[in-house]
Write a protein that binds this ligand. Sequence first.
Ligand code: ITT
Length: 205
Amino acid sequence: MKKILFATSNEGKMREVRMILQGIPAEVFSLKEAGIQVDVEENGETFEENAILKVKALRPYWDGLILADDSGLEVDWLGKAPGVCSARYMGHETSYDIKNQAILDQLQGVEGEDRSARFVCVIAALLPDGEILSARGTIEGVIAHHPAGSGGFGYDPIVLIPSLGKTTAELSPSEKNEISHRGKALRQIRKLLLERGYYEDIDCQ
Ligand code: ITT
């Protein structure tokens, strides 16, 4: 059985990744499960650069396929902030209740399409032969007027998907994965791996 390292310390991401990768004939390990403690400095200016930085930094610790996700929330009214700084926004240790409220406060009085926002996810894959693949997924939404829902993680309670009338925190895990930035990017990577023959019996959704 092939072993894949998914280079993240974010447990919310990891839960989603496991579900999206179901059906792959491989065991998927998080950093914690692999017993790897590496703090990668995410100093790239784009999601792509940071995702690639993460997979490359892990090469010395893992021989097989390495995947990493760099993702975040872009709020158009805030000049696409927090963007690549989403995890570090207002400090790593600040709770998401506080971060989410700060974004709501900055959008007070802003209405309609001006509240547009999106989640972005770039997944990078470093194959054992050194080839690097990447795929980007996005989901468009608007910033809600109040936080709602307890599913997902991070900024999910304030991102409203207008066609569903729900925030991404109000979706079930499978509903979120079906439409999310992460689901889209990871399914593209699955397809690219299948095309390269990395897996023969990969079950692409
Ligand atoms: P790793 O680098 O260890 O993977 P991280 O949380 O630091 O974990 P990122 O640098 O990619 O990961 O930051 C992504 C942040 O963007 C994440 O911490 C959330 O704040 C936000 N984010 C990304 N996807 C999200 C989602 O599906 N729902 C809610 N917030 C999300």
